[in-house]
Design a protein around this ligand. Sequence first.
Ligand code: C5P
Length: 296
Amino acid sequence: MEGQSDSRTVRAYAKINLGLRIIERREDGYHNLLTVFHRIALYDEIVLRRGGEIEVESDDPALPGGESNLCSKAASALRRATGYGGGMCCTLRKKIPMGGGLGGGSTDAAAVLAELPLLWGTPVDEALLQSLALQLGSDVPYFLGNGSAVAEGRGAELTYFVLDVPYAILVCHPNIHVSTSWAYSRITPRPRPALDMRELLTAGMQDPRLLREELMNDFEDPVFAAHAAIRAVKEHMMHEGALFALMSGSGAAVFGLFSTVEEAAAAGRHFDRQGYRTFITPPHFQPVLDARTPTA
Ligand code: C5P
């Protein structure tokens, strides 16, 4: 991050879900879930400048700037909450594919929530920031903190921890858009499993067999049934030597853990030839995030 008095440039990292279970439907129409969020080495770059109005521009033609953009909504919510009289100009350099289950819109919105109070000089109480984040989306609160996190409830009951992934993570987005609300509508919730996700993941990083046996994503069945191409991505990764592979969020991105960057790259080339987008995160990757709550 570069800090200047009238401009801030930040990286907003993408996440994957290391396992995702849908536990029950709630009275408010959302679902209680159990997942682990983990950041990968893929980020959008966001330039924030002070301005009179709230303006958002993006270099991705598929992503509208303007009021419907989640960054714009984040800034409006902050302005209402702080009573600040000015605005911001936000420039988004998008690299995280949209509709991928990688949290692209959510991480951008969280970066605005975390950074704008510093630019405006209007400190915001942590609890208020959390509640503004949840109003913007169920996985926005995660991106306000540093580290990986077990998430429960709607996704905002977070227990942060440091997870070292000693593998190369290959993420493949097969250019299919999966609607999150459609995916939820296809799920039959199941009771909470007797799993300590943090323990499972920590042990599973030493012994990936545990991950293959215990870690699942409840969205895979309905999404794979509707999109055979997404299932094929997972199967190809396992065929190419992934120690573990899973769809992220409600799709369409799939990730695989490989022993080395070279193996991940070799598997990735097959997908590149199909016109899919691939991203590799090196082993032991931990992003450094400024203006975020330190991991407990
Ligand atoms: O909160 P977010 O905007 O990410 O949610 C998108 C859609 O996903 C919601 O409209 C809802 O249908 C579904 N959802 C849910 N339970 C959650 C998170 C999302 O049912 N915990």
